[in-house]
Design a protein around this ligand. Structure first.
Ligand code: PEP
Length: 253
């Protein structure tokens, strides 16, 4: 399986800028052995899709989704709506959503189920706070988040496979990335929880990304760490040229 890099634009780029980013990024020479995704704001999806054309690189993803496909949920976007634009994945439970929008483990678990039913892969974001990290609770917290996310009917494999992103909250946007060996230990915790829930085959096949202050200088350290199947990149993905350089620096020469 190819390694995967996902750009998370967060709350940046409306339709005009999103289209320009995609067009600029498509000019980058990208390694063929790499899968690349871009998680864009919902409002920019149509522009991103039409700038992308049929090429499909990068893959398009959402940054969030509701857990029902339709109904009286003012302001929300259901997974079925996303399928109209060819979304192939959606972030779920990003720490910024957990922090600012009160997203809970239970909501995450419901979103995972609806997304998978619609054929969209959930990228489930988990990670501990600085205080939890300092108190030595990272493994307990992350194990709990993973177990809770899979509780409501998530399935292993299929057309919308589960993915995880280990994103220690203290490393996001802080410039203080988690050392690769520490990230590896946390990826092992996630994989063990998947194995416990499903099987060792499912654990082996589930992509687990690292996210938190990755840049073009450090990306190779993560990409060459056993058990790290790729990276989720926020700040360093906002400039398409810089992100192209990051993608080119991601695989050993
Ligand atoms: C993120 O928002 O998922 C992220 C990893 O951000 P940054 O790369 O800026 O730390």
């Amino acid at each position: 399986m190819n390694k995967l890099i996902i750009a998370n634009w967060k709350m940046h780029y409306g339709p005009v800028k999103a289209g320009a980013w995609i067009r600029a990024f498509r000019r980058e020479r990208l390694p063929k052995e790499l899968d690349i995704g871009v998680a864009v704001p919902h409002v920019s999806l149509p522009a991103a899709r039409s700038s992308l054309g049929r090429a499909g690189v990068p893959f398009l993803g959402a940054q969030n989704v509701f857990w029902e496909n339709e109904g009286s949920y003012t302001g929300e976007i259901g997974p079925e709506m996303l399928t109209e634009f060819g979304y192939v994945f959606s972030l779920v439970g990003h720490s910024e959503r957990r922090k600012y929008l009160g997203e809970t483990d239970e909501m995450v678990a419901k979103k995972v189920v609806t997304l998978q039913k619609e054929g969209i892969s959930p990228v489930i974001c988990v990670g501990e706070t600085a205080a939890e990290h300092k108190a030595g609770k990272a493994k307990v917290v992350v194990r709990r988040q993973v177990t809770a996310a899979l509780k409501k009917g998530a399935v292993a494999g299929g057309k919308a496979p589960l993915m995880f992103a280990y994103e220690p909250i203290w490393a996001i946007g802080s410039g203080k990335a988690c050392p690769p060996d520490e990230a590896k230990a946390m990826h092992d915790v996630i994989r063990n929880a998947i194995e416990k829930k499903f099987s060792s085959k499912a654990a082996e096949e589930t992509r687990i990304l690292y996210g938190g202050s990755v840049n073009k200088q450090t990306v190779i350290e993560y990409m060459t760490t056993t058990g790290v199947d790729g990276v989720l990149v926020g700040g360093a993905s906002l400039d398409p040229r810089e992100f192209g350089l990051l993608c080119r620096a991601a695989l050993p020469a």
